[in-house]
Write a protein that binds this ligand. Structure first.
Ligand SMILES: Cc1cc2nc3c(=O)[nH]c(=O)nc-3n(C[C@H](O)[C@H](O)[C@H](O)COP(=O)(O)OP(=O)(O)OC[C@H]3O[C@@H](n4cnc5c(N)ncnc54)[C@H](O)[C@@H]3O)c2cc1C
Length: 297
């Protein structure tokens, strides 16, 4: 299907983009990589009057580290992040970036668009919740910083206000003994995950001192599996403890039935993915190099 007619504007600066979005009002949408928005337009899920192209705004695609924090600009594409040294330095970031869709989508889609789309199947909101990241925003009322956890409030709804842009994300570099894994299960590369899980652990020997677990495609928003985290925190990581955490994560999920499977199937996937994620994070925290990404079926 063709999209409904719309006017196209290209902004040269963040200020101009915000001003245009505010001036045009409710009918305006920001256009970044277009890998979600253009699909919505072609399916007539959305019929904006105007698109404000933010894809070439300067200074929003950098990946930097300063004072123990990583900052990624909103326009950094999935492919750019997957190729960056950061993806090897913090392997959970590489797991996520390289597992998204196929080369075409990865080379156009952006981390900011992935957050702003509010899609529960997108991978970045799950990864950024796992890493306790912050989302940096700029709008008509100025700048603000929001936690990634809870940034997506409902299906396709975020905490962004009209005219407000995501300008970047930031998170602390994992400390000594801390490592994570991002694992997903999908039908093929250009499909969204049927289920995905982010796990970040801090270990002292085999004892888990800190744990964060987030679930993707597991409900209407990213789900933080706090009961599962509590099963790991303060415990020695044995098979029984990990199995209890996996069961708690599956119980926290609220998956919907769709073409990718039934809720029961998705819960059993989450159980298996949490076990895998914890195992990989544990090996990485001990200094092992372990390659993982999404699995296909
Ligand atoms: C075939 C296919 C498979 C895919 N598979 C996956 C997958 O496995 N995992 C996954 O995570 N994603 C997947 N995606 C989605 C892809 O990652 C998108 O690129 C991403 O979700 C949106 O980023 P974008 O830059 O393309 O945003 P756009 O499509 O340009 O915009 C999406 C929405 O966000 C808004 N927006 C964009 N940028 C900003 C900003 N900086 N500030 C405020 N609002 C903004 C737009 O107005 C729009 O509402 C897939 C897409 C396709 C087409």
């Amino acid at each position: 299907m063709y999209p409904a007619p719309f006017r196209y504007h290209r902004a040269a600066t963040v200020e101009e983009a915000i001003a245009r979005l505010v001036e045009i009002g409710e009918g305006a949408r920001a256009l970044a990589g277009g890998q979600t928005l253009l699909v919505w337009l072609k399916m007539r899920f959305d019929e904006p009057t105007d698109l404000v192209d933010i894809g070439r705004l300067p200074g929003l695609r950098d990946i930097e580290q300063e004072a123990g924090r990583v900052r990624i600009g909103a326009l950094a594409t999935h492919a750019r992040i997957a190729r960056a040294p950061l993806a090897r330095q913090i392997p959970i970031v590489g797991d996520c970036a390289s597992g998204i869709a196929d080369n075409q989508v990865r080379s156009r889609g952006t981390i900011g668009g992935s957050l702003a789309a509010g899609d529960p199947s997108c991978d970045w909101p799950v990864l950024l919740t796992t890493l306790d990241a912050e989302v940096h925003c700029r709008g008509p009322s100025g700048t603000r910083t929001l936690p990634a956890d809870g940034f997506v409030q409902d299906l396709y709804a975020t905490r962004l206000e009209h005219g407000e842009l995501v300008t970047g994300v930031s998170f602390a570099l994992p400390g000594k003994g801390s490592a994570g894994a991002y694992v997903g299960f999908k039908r093929c590369a250009p499909a969204f995950p049927t289920s995905s899980v982010g796990v970040q652990l801090t270990l002292n020997g085999d004892d888990c001192t800190e744990a964060r677990i987030a679930l993707g495609s597991a409900g209407l928003t990213t789900i933080r599996a706090k009961a599962a985290e509590a099963e790991l925190r303060g415990r020695t990581l044995g098979a029984g403890v990990i199995a209890k955490a996996a069961a708690a994560a599956a119980a926290a999920a609220e998956p919907v039935a769709d073409q990718r499977g039934s809720p029961a199937f998705k819960r059993s996937l989450i159980d298996a993915l949490v076990k895998r994620g914890v195992e990989v994070a544990r090996r990485r925290a001990r200094g092992e190099t372990v390659e993982v990404s999404h699995e296909y079926y």
